[in-house]
Design a protein around this ligand. Sequence first.
Ligand code: 13P
Length: 250
Amino acid sequence: MRRRIIAGNWKMHKTISEALAFAGEFLGFEPWGESQAVICPPFPCLAPLAQILEGSGVALGAQDLHWESQGAFTGEVSGRMLRDAGCRYVIVGHSERRQHFGDDDERVSLKTRAALNNDLIPVVCVGECLAERESGRAEEVVVRQLNAAIQDLSPEILATMVVAYEPVWAIGTGRSAKGSDAAAMAEAVRRVITQSAGLSAAEGVRFLYGGSVNAKNAREFLQSPGVDGALVGGASLDPVEFRAILAAAR
Ligand code: 13P
């Protein structure tokens, strides 16, 4: 049985004091049931949040990492540092990184390995843009991105990973995909993993949908076959809304 994950990607939002205020409100709620809640704040908020979240059952994740563990890479943060700061998860290959910061398939592969080498669970993001969907190439693009990220990983390692399907046209647009789109992509992802690493790896991987998820539409995705959770952007910034998404996952 795969445990559900509801992860909030705060992107470039919230100062340390705003993050602590969020945590104060969020942790004041009832327990969140079976799901693993994950918060992925900006780098400066990681260590302060780690202290507050300790023992709460809410896990911490980062939004990116560099593939080396240290060195002359001004402005970068390594997996080793993230683990030290209290992270358990790290988002890799988010479409905003692919689009604006040069994260191509090769870098995503390096970053995925760096995460695993540092005992971090990579949340590997894949997803097609609108033109690719409209020309019927959505699955082809996702399969290419996925294969690049997971090549040469052992079935045991693969089974621990998280894949987040985030169609680029659904991110921050208020136009979410349909539950059936997410289910179809979950099936495609598990088919690819079965081919390369076997059934038990494919059955272990957790598949998240992301793109304009909110408290109103979360249930549609969470009830879709093969979908194990959500990667939430805008709606994760508000503790009440984020809690409502977790409630929908019950
Ligand atoms: P929105 O939920 O704001 O569309 O963002 C999705 C996302 O990119 C999460 O990583």
